[in-house]
Design a protein around this ligand. Structure first.
Ligand SMILES: C[S@@+](CC[C@H](N)C(=O)[O-])C[C@H]1O[C@@H](n2cnc3c(N)ncnc32)[C@H](O)[C@@H]1O
Length: 473
């Protein structure tokens, strides 16, 4: 099937992909496109059962001879579009380069089958070559864009054939590019999705961020305000100031939560020689970050599309967790902080700069703005308490509001001074909207209804974080 393309995947990428799979112990795994998959033998070592499928005899024959002693592996030679399995039969489905051989309608039908064959809570992991350009197709293969697969997976649901049935769909756990650094013509992406119950037409946070808060157009004018690469107040200046507080050392591993369009991660990697994984739930932002990374060719930076609250990393994965103006979108901050605590190495440290509600009640107008943005604001003492409850020691809090206001005022002055240029690039309406938002934030900070808290701390060597929930707030 793929010949030379399959060879592009080096073993380093295979190993990385394997590390991204959910724990396999005791699982029944279905593997599509198993003939060229790098996974089967490794999966069979841990999983309870593996059902492998491939339509090409040539690839399969080679594989079968290598695996004839594995009693927990069952092989099927079949066309994936003609498969039929009982409902909820599998815990995990893995697909290697199958979808690019399917027309859109075939992919839609297969996706619905995959949802049906998985048990609730089960996972789909797939990897594909994608195109850098839209609509780049060849006669037998469709090189879709990362966004196209996201759309398919988000839109397809299964169930409701009768009233008693529950509707299921996929939630994104993550999607990431495996080979940005190789500069190949085709990009190698992988996805992990989870089968969940769909309750009608409620808009997910991912859709809200994508359509309302950080559409491509909105990102362009926010970036115009903050400076290239940044979606938060103070742009490069604040980022440089915050990084200088982190005492970063070359080779350290940093997780940037809500990395936006990648400016902070690229700066950190270049200035300090650290390895950075930037994660963000907004596809537009991640696509821009990936493009900038390719242009700038900064080693040791990766960007991943995922919801920080859904993602899991092994314990002790990072030296540093950094997050600027992103956690304000997350409701269950305590669960996130508990994860951060797990993911950090024993001496790991964190730095979070975030919007918080102030000591004074919020004005009605600003409350309306907050409701429309989806901000989930906590007061500084509650934010701090959650960090401590999650196990962090010596949480150090600085009121960053004066610097925040100073930057907002500079940005407001800059846009007013360059009004014509802004309107030429965007519109009068967007100019007015930005002026109102910036003014609103400044006024609210000055009236005490909004603050910015800078939170820093380290992971405790001994975990004495057991505080009951009643003690919070
Ligand atoms: C104001 S921007 C800040 C971006 C970046 N930190 C910077 O300083 O330029 C907030 C970012 O948080 C991301 N975000 C919000 N909720 C998230 C979640 N649950 N998981 C990952 N990212 C999230 C948004 O998509 C957005 O890109």
């Amino acid at each position: 099937m793929l010949g030379s393309e399959a060879n592009l995947i080096c073993s380093e990428e295979d190993l990385e992909m394997l590390s991204l799979l959910p724990p396999l112990d005791g699982l029944h795994v279905l593997e599509l496109g198993a003939g060229i998959s790098p996974f089967t033998e490794k999966i069979a070592d841990s999983a309870a059962r593996v059902t492998t499928v491939d339509c090409a005899n040539m690839f399969f024959a080679k594989k079968l001879s290598k695996m004839e002693n594995m009693r927990n592996v069952e092989h099927l030679q079949a066309d994936v579009t003609k498969l039929d399995f009982p409902k909820t039969k599998f815990d995990l489905i893995i697909s290697s380069f199958q979808f690019m051989h399917l027309e859109d309608e075939e992919l839609k039908a297969l996706t619905a089958c995959l949802i049906r064959w998985l048990r609730p809570g089960g996972h789909l992991f797939f990897h594909e070559f994608c195109s850098r350009q839209p609509d780049s197709t060849s006669s037998q293969k469709t090189y879709r864009k990362q966004a196209d697969y996201n759309r398919f997976m988000q839109e397809t649901t299964e169930g409701l054939n009768c009233e008693a049935e529950t509707m299921h769909g996929f939630d994104l756990v993550f999607s990431k590019c495996m080979n940005l650094k190789h500069k190949e013509e085709r990009l190698h992406f992988c996805w992990l999705l989870k089968k969940v119950i769909r309750t009608g037409n409620n808009c997910s946070l991912e859709e809200f961020l994508e359509k309302e808060r950080f559409s491509r157009r909105k990102i362009s004018h926010i970036e115009w305000m903050y400076g290239q690469g940044f979606l938060s107040a103070g742009g490069l200046d604040t980022t440089q100031e915050l990084m200088s507080l982190l005492n970063l050392k070359p080779g350290e591993k940093v997780l940037d939560i809500g990395c936006g369009i990648g400016g902070p991660a690229l700066y950190m990697a270049k200035a300090y020689g650290v390895e950075v994984l930037g994660i963000d739930l907004c596809l537009c932002a991640i696509e821009i970050a990936q493009n900038r990374l390719m242009e700038k060719n900064v080693p040791k930076v990766q960007f991943e599309l995922c919801d920080a609250t859904m993602r899991e990393f092994p314990e002790n994965s990072f030296d540093v967790v950094y997050s600027k103006e992103s956690i304000l979108y997350i409701l269950d901050k305590l669960s996130l902080f508990q994860k951060l605590h797990r993911w950090l190495k024993p001496t790991g440290r964190f730095l979070i700069l975030d919007y918080c509600s102030g000591e004074q009640p919020m004005s009605e107008d600003f409350q309306k703005f907050v409701n429309s943005t989806g901000f989930q604001l906590l007061a500084v003492p509650s934010f701090t308490k959650y960090l401590e409850t999650a196990g962090f020691a010596d949480v150090h809090v600085t009121d960053y509001t004066p610097q925040f206001v100073k930057h907002l005022k500079n940005e407001l002055m800059h846009v007013k001074k360059n009004k014509e240029e802004f309107i030429k690039n965007f519109s009068k309406q967007e100019y007015d909207d930005n002026i109102n938002v910036w003014k609103g934030k400044i006024q609210e900070c000055e009236a005490g209804g909004l603050t910015q808290g800078l939170f820093q701390g380290t992971k405790r060597a001994v975990n004495n974080s057991v505080l009951c929930d009643d003690n919070i707030l």
